[in-house]
Design a binder for this molecule. Structure first.
Ligand code: SF4
Ligand code: SF4
Length: 510
């Protein structure tokens, strides 16, 4: 085992409660956004002189606009059911990473200024003044929450700490204290169309290289089309699928599935990003701007359907909010889900008998599956409850012989975050990311010991990147995390039924 793996293995069970370590993560925080990053998301460049007044105005506005936020702040009865449910608390032992304590960082200020008791008897109700120290504490601990919503599953009142985290981040942004990683990425999507800042020319070259590789491997013209007008399907996928491992192997899997299904499809250079970091910073305005790019791409290309690739929070935004943010999508073919997940597409084709597999191609691995938080707890797939749990497993079992679930307390609705979600996938938070991943890694180590599991599949770009970085700390190779469509790609039997005929190609690279 590599350095550190044994230390984490000492946690006997994924969900064992750690010894309390007050202040262990005090001051741990990501880099703050510079003025140029702030301006791109429409926020002040630095802490504004009247920050306190503006922060309280924003809190009041959020309470009026978002009734759930106010109910969450008013309702908690301190029952304690959520205290040991957060992977960052389990991994760090810092009591301020207990969900109820995290909420109280903001609730205590809300009480001070917006409740009768807090205004007149603050010491009786745990109310406190808003100060610059409080802002710093918010910046630290609201960036130690990945907005995964696991705690909300266990709260008898359904209080969602993720919503409070988003509100806190929005208040911080409003007064000029934003997070560099998320805000810089949003700026790139608005300017170039994707998180990477990959321009259309570079994207076209990447896709052409991949087509050449696929032809070499398969002997068939499996296409990865870009900006093809009149294609049936617009694929919106995380830009990590264009370059990162194992994401790119998933992209090749989508291409093979579309090829074998005989449908025409295209990627858009204008909306070449599924990720929507507007969600992470709690900004509906930014979420809307990014979503509108997808609408415009679909209209300009004249597609009939929109399919999303493997990305957790992108699917949450698409499934739950796309229609409100950028709808109505009445110009698309109403026969199909709007939008549709690539796994729904693949599972439909499997059920229709269009796709054939040689499962033995995946016999060199023994597999488990990590349910991504935003898919598991904030969206659905298919037309039945729990489809978001069953459809990925159905597809995996259709292409793999050796599949084993992890501990039931750590999967499906109770799944554990990878530790890098919610805008925390940045190297300045690596220590937090490793500690936050330890409950999931411990559950993985359990199935490795019990069933000889060697690999874990995921359908989220963030999970894949996070696991490939942290798995070596827990005794696994970095390629022990795989894309679900990578498994599909390995096993699919291509018949060459699609000769690669393209829809009308748009010539411009602008
Ligand atoms: S939403 Fe997730 S990360 Fe945030 S407090 Fe709850 S369990 Fe922890
Ligand atoms: S489970 Fe809900 S009500 Fe109980 S302490 Fe946590 S947030 Fe409060």
């Amino acid at each position: 085992m590599p350095d550190g793996a044994e230390e984490f293995r000492k946690m006997q069970h994924a969900l064992d409660v750690p010894c309390l370590k007050p202040g262990a993560m005090e001051g741990v925080q990501p880099f703050k956004a510079k003025p140029e990053h702030q301006e791109k998301v429409g926020m002040p460049g630095e802490l504004i002189p009247d920050w306190k007044e503006k922060a309280l105005e924003k809190m009041a506005e959020l309470g009026e606009k978002n009734r759930a936020f106010k109910v969450y702040l008013d309702t908690c009865v301190k029952c304690g059911a959520c205290t040991d449910k957060c992977h960052y608390f389990l991994g760090t032992g810092d009591p301020k990473n207990m969900p109820v304590a995290r909420q109280d960082l903001l609730r205590s200020v809300y009480r001070r200024y917006f409740t009768f008791a807090g205004k007149y008897f603050p010491w009786l109700v745990g109310a406190r003044d808003l100060t610059e120290d409080v802002l710093e504490e918010w910046y630290s601990y609201y960036h130690q929450c990945s907005e995964c919503r696991r705690c909300s599953v266990f709260c008898p009142y359904g209080i969602d700490t993720a919503e409070i985290t988003m509100a806190a981040r929005e208040i911080l942004d409003t007064v000029g204290v934003g997070q560099k990683y998320s805000n810089e990425i949003i700026g790139k999507v608005k300017e170039v169309g994707n998180n990477l800042g990959l321009n259309p020319k570079a994207l076209r070259a990447t896709l052409e290289d991949l087509e050449e590789d696929l032809e070499e491997d398969t002997g068939l013209a499996v296409r990865l089309p870009l900006d093809e007008k009149g294609a049936d399907i617009l694929l919106i996928t995380p830009s990590a699928d264009f370059f990162a491992e194992p994401h790119i192997d998933g992209l090749l899997g989508y291409a093979k599935v579309f090829h074998e299904a005989g449908v025409s499809w295209t990627i858009s250079s204008y909306a070449s990003e599924a990720a929507n970091f507007g969600l992470f910073i709690g900004s509906y305005e930014n979420m809307r701007e990014i979503s509108l790019r997808i609408r415009k791409a679909a209209e300009d290309l004249g597609v009939k359907r929109i399919v999303f690739g493997e990305c957790g929070h992108a699917w949450r935004v698409a499934y739950s909010f796309l229609d409100t943010l950028a709808g109505p999508f009445d110009f698309l073919d109403q026969k199909y889900p709007i939008p549709q997940h690539i796994l729904e597409f693949t599972w439909d084709e499997i059920q229709k008998g269009t796709l054939k597999f040689d499962k033995s191609k995946n016999d060199d691995i023994r597999l488990t599956y990590h349910d991504s938080c935003n898919v598991a707890r904030a969206s659905r797939m298919g037309d039945m409850p729990g489809g978001q749990f069953e459809i990925p497993r159905n597809v995996i079992k259709a292409v793999c012989n050796n599949y084993f679930d992890m501990d039931p307390d750590t999967i499906k609705e109770s799944t554990l975050c990878c530790g890098g979600g919610g805008g925390l996938l940045t190297d300045d938070l690596m220590d937090l990311r490793i500690k936050g991943s330890s409950p999931r890694m411990t559950a993985l180590q359990d199935v490795t010991e019990e069933h000889g599991v060697t690999h874990m599949a995921a359908i989220c770009a963030i999970c894949k990147t996070q696991f490939s970085k942290v798995m070596p700390k827990f005794g696994y190779e970095m390629d022990s995390v795989v894309s679900v469509h990578q498994l599909v790609s390995n096993a699919i039997i291509l018949t060459g039924s699609n000769d690669g005929e393209s829809a009308e190609e748009e010539t411009s690279d602008e």
